[in-house]
Design a protein around this ligand. Structure first.
Ligand code: GTP
Length: 405
């Protein structure tokens, strides 16, 4: 059986043209994501490389080989750059640009080698250029988007096929007298390598779509400034946790698992903005969230329910447990300045908190629990701020530190 290399080349050319078209359309839909643009640039280079290999009928063979292989190599480098963008969220590594003059020079020198040796060298070069792409996926992308695994596997397959091609070219040099020579080994390895590359392009596009979907989901459920949950997600989470507690009770499960809901509000925050500026106010909000998060368990959830107001859902926590946690947050906030303003002045704030507990043995609606936490917060504010109050508790915790903004 023989494989007709020119036919394979046309088929691959059409495949890459299709992928290029599809990536072009996707790029418009996704507002020019830089990694998609970079991969598409690689496709254009790949298409131009195939066209140059064909153009041997119009130009000297050595020129067709140097240009064809050089453009394909540039395409592979662009794939590495695109993966780097997606997985490291950084500009392409410098070596991908620095290597290019040496690459062209090397390909020009290879012209003087016998065809089979040249095929082996070029195949190894292409496999070597793909190695960083495979490493990037294995090291930084394997646990992210599922489609990235397909990208890694197909790129690995392309590397393998190129390695086999190099060995085959050295072992059976008579099959490699010309790139266009019909031969099973030459045709099969060429087809495998570039079909796998084509597949990796489609999978890469899917991976970018997956990444965008995840980012949109995050944007819709999180607060952009502080990174904690937004109001509607906090509300939904609270309702969900209360429903779960009710279900557990009805199923005769571990009844008695309480749930605490806390509203926290930075004291006199308007003064922080007025004295130190809005930007400093933003930095204080971020620092406050960082302090609070350090003290939470994995099952706790912190959400921003308003400008300088936060809601904390504490599953499996009773009033005493919530009070200990909130005291620790309150003291940490009051202990040291949370930020410095543009003139270098330290900004110190305090926080008030209202705790409401849904008992494990009786149901309560989310709205009611929220209202109770709000009532406790109101008491904390009117009791002098920098305090923690529990709804229905007659012994509020008195602030240990004076108010100082
Ligand atoms: N910097 C910054 N300020 C915000 C943001 N959202 C709301 N604020 C400000 O937070 C302040 C809230 O002020 P108030 O509701 O009067 O409450 P307060 O000054 O903290 O007083 P108490 O809550 O009674 O202690 C307002 O000045 C808002 O402009 C934000 O995202 N960034």
């Amino acid at each position: 059986m023989q494989l007709h290399t020119p036919t394979l080349l046309v088929t691959l050319l059409l495949g890459f043209a299709l992928l290029t078209l599809e990536l072009g359309v996707a790029q418009r839909g996704l507002r020019a994501r830089p990694e998609l643009r970079r991969w598409n640039l690689g496709n254009w280079a790949m298409l131009a490389g195939f066209a140059m290999l064909f153009a041997r009928v119009l130009m000297p063979e050595w020129l067709s080989l140097v240009l064809g292989n050089g453009l394909i190599a540039l395409g592979l480098i662009a794939y590495v750059q695109a993966l780097h963008r997606l997985l490291r969220e950084a500009a392409p590594p410098r070596w991908t640009r620095r290597i290019q003059p040496a690459l062209w020079l090397g390909l020009a020198l290879l012209v003087f080698w016998p065809q089979s040796l040249r095929t082996a060298a070029v195949s190894l070069l292409f496999a070597g250029l793909l190695a960083p792409a495979v490493w990037l996926v294995l090291r930084h992308g394997w646990r992210d988007e599922r489609s990235l695994r397909t990208v890694g596997v197909t790129l690995g397959l392309a590397m393998l096929a190129l390695g086999v091609r190099a060995v085959h070219a050295l072992g059976v040099p008579e099959d490699y007298q010309s790139v266009m020579q019909p031969s099973l080994g030459q045709g099969a390895t060429f087809m495998m390598a570039f079909l796998a590359l084509l597949g990796s392009g489609f999978a890469f596009q899917l991976a970018v779509f997956e990444r965008v979907a995840q980012q949109m989901e995050h944007l819709a459920s999180h607060d952009g400034l502080t990174g904690c949950l937004n109001r509607s997600t906090t509300d939904a989470l609270l309702a969900h946790e209360l429903r779960r507690a009710r279900r557990e009770r009805q199923a005769g499960g571990p009844a008695g698992r309480p749930l605490a809901f806390v509203l926290l509000d930075l004291d006199h925050f308007k003064q922080v903005n007025d004295r130190h500026g809005h930007r400093t106010g933003d930095a204080v909000l971020q620092a406050f969230v960082a302090i609070a998060k350090q003290r939470l368990r994995g099952s706790d959830a912190l959400g921003r329910t308003g400008g300088e107001e936060f809601g904390l859902v504490l599953p499996g926590t009773d009033a005493d447990g919530a009070r200990v946690l909130l005291e620790s947050i309150r003291q940490a906030v009051a202990a040291a300045p949370l930020a410095t303003d543009e003139s270098g002045r330290p900004v110190q704030v305090t926080v008030s908190a209202g705790i409401a507990v849904a008992p494990g043995d009786a149901g309560i609606s989310a709205d009611r629990l929220y209202g109770r936490a709000d009532q406790a917060l109101y008491e904390a504010k009117h009791g002098g701020r920098n305090r923690v109050e529990v709804y229905g508790d007659s012994n509020p915790v008195q602030a240990a530190l004076p108010l100082n903004t």
